[in-house]
Design a protein around this ligand. Structure first.
Ligand code: SAM
Length: 210
C-alpha cells in the first residue's frame, strides 16, 4: 500500500484539521471520513478529535486501516466497511464529515443521494469538508482544460497520475461540473462556506449543515 499512498500523494492534513478546529471541533467531537482509504486523514484526525469513524467500501482498505490504528494505539478510530449509500451512522450526529477523492465514484444521481445521507448523519452547524476532482469549466472549454491538465501528468505511474490515468478518469469516473455540484450541496441541506479550485479540475469545499 506504500505505492498506493505515494500515488495519492501525502497531503499534509494540517489545513483540513484546522478547518474543523476553526469551526469549533475539539477533543470531544466526532468525525466521519467517507472513502477513507489508507487513513491519510482518519489517522491524524483521531489524534486530534474525540471519535473518528473511517468508512470505506473496500475490505482491503478497512483491514489496512484497522491495522494502522492498532499500530498507532488509536482506540478512538473505528473502521467500517460500507459505502456512501450503505453506511449507517449510529450514535450522536457527527460534528464533522470528511471525504477526499471518493465522491467521484458515484454518478450524479447517486451523488445527490449520498450528499443527502451525509447531511442526515450530521448535527446542524456541523462541517463537511470535501476534496475531489470537480470540473470548474463550461463544456465548450473541456478540450483546453484537459490538455492543460494532461501537460502536468507524470511519466512514471509509480510517482503519480499519467496522462493515460487522467484520460481513464475522465472516461470512466463521475467527476461533476462545479455548476451542477454546488446546487446539489445546497439541495442536500448545506451552506457552502468556502470553495477553492486548482487547475479548473480539483475542488475543495467547506460546507456547513443548515
Ligand atoms: C482515491 S481513494 C482516496 C482515499 C482517501 N480518502 C485519501 O484521500 O487518501 C478512494 C477511496 O474511495 C473508496 N470508495 C470507492 N467507492 C466508494 C463508495 N461508493 N463508498 C465509499 N468508499 C468508496 C475506495 O475504496 C478508496 O479507498
Amino acid at each position: 500500500m506504500g505505492g498506493y499512498d505515494q500515488k495519492q500523494g501525502y497531503p499534509d492534513p494540517a489545513a483540513d484539521l484546522s478547518v474543523f478546529a476553526a469551526h469549533g471541533l475539539t477533543q470531544t467531537s466526532t468525525i466521519v471520513d467517507l472513502g477513507a482509504g489508507t487513513g491519510q486523514f482518519a489517522l491524524p484526525s483521531a489524534r486530534q478529535f474525540g471519535q473518528v469513524t473511517a468508512v470505506d467500501v473496500s475490505p482491503v482498505m478497512v483491514k489496512l486501516l484497522e491495522d494502522r490504528a492498532v499500530a498507532a494505539g488509536l482506540t478512538n478510530l473505528d473502521c467500517v466497511q460500507a459505502g456512501f449509500l450503505s453506511y449507517r451512522h449510529v450514535g450522536p450526529p457527527a460534528d464533522g464529515v470528511y471525504t477526499r477523492n471518493a465522491l467521484h465514484h458515484l454518478p450524479d444521481f447517486w451523488k445527490g443521494l449520498a450528499l443527502e445521507r451525509i447531511a442526515r448523519m450530521m448535527r446542524p452547524g456541523a462541517v463537511l469538508r470535501i476534496h475531489d476532482l470537480i470540473y470548474d469549466f463550461q463544456p465548450s472549454e473541456a478540450d483546453q482544460v484537459f490538455e492543460r491538465w494532461f501537460a502536468h501528468a507524470v511519466d512514471d505511474p509509480a510517482l503519480g497520475y499519467t496522462r493515460a490515468n487522467l484520460a481513464e478518469h475522465i472516461r470512466t469516473e463521475y467527476s461533476t461540473f462545479r455548476w451542477l455540484f454546488e446546487p446539489m450541496l445546497v439541495a442536500a441541506g448545506f451552506e457552502i462556506a468556502t470553495a477553492e479550485f486548482g487547475g479548473s479540475v480539483y475542488g475543495a469545499y467547506t460546507c456547513v449543515k443548515r
